[in-house]
Design a binder for this molecule. Structure first.
Ligand code: UDP
Length: 456
């Protein structure tokens, strides 16, 4: 109320794509904007808003429709059909929302939209607003899709294709699966390449990464667009601690079971637990799931494994009961609290971009087991550029076998390479904190972005 009276510097509408990995960075960016005196209205779909587990937040929430109010994406016959209807119904309901807000005490100045929803820029322009696109994947990955968009990188790739990203050579297996395995999910490749369809018209291009992490690629992309790195979008209390009540993302698509996780972690010695999670959407092959289960069992270490309800049937029969002394399997947790816990010594992960940034920001070494999308590229950087983890080797079927997993976990927890990796993880943790702290590279970019919104 007080702010409403004395006035905000600007009002941003922040439009999310309705999945956990996209909502989290948008929401955290919103909190950073609010901290700088900007009024923020977070916009999500009607279905997500009705089903999500929310904590209290100061950010106002509004909804638009994706055309599937009764079940979201799961109700669409294909991702292609979903996106098409979302574009049509979303544009219309977003325009209606802007009409409604135009008579509020602080009309909207800018739309910050997820790069998966490029049509939001057309709506912003129709209303004469600033349009800022936010990319929720790494700059390296964005760059690869941009090269595909420009036709520089031609898909399907030849087997010997090497893409030089800065000074880093990427082979096909290091590229996003939609590119390396062309045709596997063509609708997704369309979304990702489509992120660049109108990017040249956006007033600002924001990316959830930080300059020090991807310096070479950022320098290159900055020459093309008004680019600003604004990450890592991790709740402030885990990094710079400047936003006091920002201790969690606050929105969860699945219900976390934190009591069980915390009890398990509190009872475990420092650095002893292997935390395993494949994020909110990866669907593992049954054989892969079973190999991981055996690998964890063979490692004889304590583990906490997040297995979403839809993945549970893939676990070996009786695995949960038989390993209950050593391991805890739960459907969902608050990953930040787990990674921040001193009992966690290693993170076996699919390397989703948020999970990667979280592990990096907390200094937790990783065992990369990428599944699809951008995860192989993230894994390549984790192992060969940032050197904060190991990529588990795969066999000819593309599966990580039990002994490979066991070996990687062993290397991280006790091996010589583990020591080096922990040192690097510590270094990156410090740099991540500095980037978002007062005067850091991301903090400055956020400040510059806000300054652009405020009429001089
Ligand atoms: N996450 C969580 N609890 C879990 C597993 C994941 O809160 O049990 C969060 C995690 O902190 C991250 C997000 O879900 O912010 C997953 O995003 P990511 O980009 O890593 O992977 P995606 O789910 O998009 O594949």
């Amino acid at each position: 109320m007080e702010k409403e009276r004395i006035g905000y510097r600007a009002h941003c509408l922040v439009l999310t794509y309705p999945t956990q990995g996209h909502i989290n960075p948008m929401l955290e960016f919103s909190k950073r904007l609010e901290h700088k005196g900007v009024k923020v209205t977070l916009v999500t779909t009607y279905f997500i808003s009705n089903t999500i587990h929310k904590e209290a937040t100061t950010i106002a929430l509004e909804t638009i429709s994706d055309g599937y109010d009764e079940g979201g994406r799961a109700k669409a016959e294909s991702i292609h059909a979903y996106l098409e209807r979302f574009r049509r119904v979303g544009s219309q309901t977003l325009a209606e929302l802007l009409e409604k807000l135009s008579s509020s005490s602080r009309p909207v100045d800018c739309i910050v939209y997820d790069a998966f929803l490029p049509w939001a820029l057309d709506v912003a322009k129709k209303f004469g607003l600033v349009g800022a696109v936010l990319f929720t994947q790494s700059c390296a990955v964005d760059n690869i899709y941009y090269q595909v968009h420009k036709g520089v990188l031609k898909v399907p790739l030849s087997e010997t294709e090497i893409l030089l990203l800065g000074s880093l050579p990427l082979e096909p297996q290091d590229m996003p699966s939609f590119v390396s395995d062309f045709g596997s999910y063509s609708a997704f490749l369309d979304i990702l390449v489509g992120q660049f369809s109108n990017v040249d018209k956006a007033d600002c291009v924001l990316v959830n990464t930080f300059y020090e992490l991807e310096q070479e690629v950022v320098d290159w992309m900055e020459k093309i667009w008004p680019l600003g790195t604004i990450g890592p979008t991790i709740p402030s209390m885990f990094l710079d601690k400047r936003i006091e009540d920002d201790k969690s993302y606050g929105f969860s698509i699945f219900k976390p079971n934190m009591d069980a996780c915390m009890k398990w972690l509190n009872d475990s010695p420092k650095g002893s637990v292997v935390y395993v999670s494949f994020g909110s959407s990866a669907a593992l092959e049954v054989e892969q799931m079973q190999e991981l289960a055996w690998g964890l069992r063979m490692s004889n270490r304590c583990f906490l494994w997040i297995v979403r309800a839809s993945e549970e049937v893939k676990l070996p029969k009786s695995f949960v009961e038989e390993t209950s002394e050593k391991g805890l399997v739960v459907r969902w947790c608050s990953q930040l609290e787990v990674l921040a816990h001193e009992a966690v010594g290693c993170f076996v992960t699919h390397c989703g971009w948020n999970s990667t940034l979280e592990a990096l920001s907390f200094g937790v070494p990783m065992v990369a087991v990428p599944q699809w999308s951008d995860q192989s590229t993230n894994a390549k950087y984790i192992m060969d550029v940032w050197k904060i983890g190991l990529k588990a080797p795969v066999d000819e079927k593309g599966l990580v076998r039990r002994d490979a997993l066991e070996h990687c976990v062993q290397e991280i927890m006790e091996g010589e390479r583990g020591k080096e990796i922990k040192k690097n993880a510590f270094k990156w943790r410090k740099l991540a904190k500095e980037a978002v702290d007062d005067g850091g590279s991301s903090d400055k970019n956020i400040e510059e972005f806000v300054a652009k919104l405020v009429p001089s």
